[in-house]
Design a protein around this ligand. Structure first.
Ligand code: NAP
Length: 317
């Protein structure tokens, strides 16, 4: 098969943790061409994607860009769609996601994969506030009504949250890990940088099989207590869990969140939802992604592979 005959996949948010994983896996498979959508052609991540063989196209992820998106999706056999982190009071996530999907339809894309989350508003009868979940679910509902073959992925909590957002700190000889979940609550976690790509490769390799399906991506189901125990065993460092799941706990360790009350409400709402209802709906087979890719990193393998010892990491953004 010549390079031009390989199916072309457009990737929105191609420099994100999820998008980067998808781009790297598709390129590595040598079965697909990749068109990477980004705001900045010359960022280190965009340059790295270009070096690996991706075509780079500049399209900001913002409203009013449908025409640019249609142009960027033209000729693509598939598109991976995701929305970037958006904090309240900003409310553009659902319209942004719908714009991506509508543009893919208009451009005649063969199959889309949208990275979604559960509809917290519907599941909790409006009692838990987690718009970055619910807005994605609303985009998914919109996509179900469009004339386009589609699949959804739902990623578990990212391990990287602890490296990027809820960063540990030393106190005396002990590394304190303030976690946004109760100590003994087992939650699904995953490494977006290595786990997203293999699942999306599988979907684009068999789009008919996965048309209309929602696929969970999970690396481990583990409690903060178990995460800290594993962290101590792997790193040899003395470490302890700290509560960052109540308002007091969260603001004690991360006082900067207090500047955005709606964001605090959203973080607490998300955690209460996960604890009371489960992060994933009961209908999902949480083993599926690990059967598909037995190399999916559990927490211990994640620590061993990344060598993380509690430092803050930014993932190149
Ligand atoms: N953290 C979790 O536990 C978790 C779990 C499941 C799902 N999610 C969802 O995953 C999504 C984030 O994915 P990710 O962590 O892979 O993304 P990320 O690493 O934070 O990257 C976001 C990308 O979006 C692009 N972007 C375009 N407009 C942006 C804007 N206004 N602000 C920030 N980035 C912008 C940036 O690329 P360029 O600069 O190249 O344009 C950037 O590479 C969110 O929607 C989040 O809700 C998170």
């Amino acid at each position: 098969m010549s390079a031009d005959e390989k199916p072309l996949i457009a990737i929105v948010g191609a420099t994100s943790k999820q998008g980067r994983s998808v781009a790297a896996t598709l390129l590595q498979s040598q079965r697909f061409r990749v068109r990477a959508l980004t705001r900045k052609k010359d960022s280190p991540e965009a340059l790295r994607l270009e070096e690996r063989g991706a075509e780079i196209v500049i399209v900001p992820l913002e409203l009013g860009r449908q025409k640019d998106l249609v142009a960027a999706f033209k000729g693509a056999d598939g598109a991976f769609l995701m929305t970037p982190p958006i904090a309240p009071p900003e409310t553009i996530e659902a319209p942004l996601g719908r714009q991506l999907a509508d543009a893919a339809v208009e451009a005649g894309v063969g199959h889309i994969v949208f990275s979604t989350l559960e509809n917290v508003d519907k599941i909790t009868n409006g009692t838990k506030y987690a718009p970055h979940f619910t807005d994605k679910a609303r985009v998914a509902d919109h996509i179900r009504g469009l004339p386009i073959s589609h699949s959804f992925v739902i990623l578990a909590f990212f391990y990287t949250n602890l490296l990027e957002y809820y960063v540990p700190r030393m106190e005396g000889d002990t590394l304190l890990l303030p976690v946004y979940l109760p100590e003994d609550f087992r939650a699904p976690f995953v490494d977006p940088l290595t786990a997203t790509g293999p699942v999306v490769l599988e979907i684009f390799s068999n789009p008919e099989r996965y048309n209309g399906k929602t696929l969970p991506i999970v690396g481990d189901i583990i409690s903060p207590r178990e995460m800290v125990e594993t962290f101590q065993r792997v790193t040899g460092l003395k470490a302890a869990y700290r509560n960052a799941f109540t308002r007091d706990g969260l603001l004690h360790y991360f006082p900067e969140f207090a500047a955005n009350e709606l964001l605090v409400r959203e973080l607490l709402g998300m955690v209460e939802y996960a604890v009371d209802y489960g992060y994933f709906g009961k209908e999902h087979d949480l083993e599926w992604s690990r059967r598909l890719n037995p190399g999916t990193l559990n927490w211990e393998h994640y620590l061993r592979t990344t060598g993380w010892r509690g430092d803050k990491r930014s993932f190149g953004l």
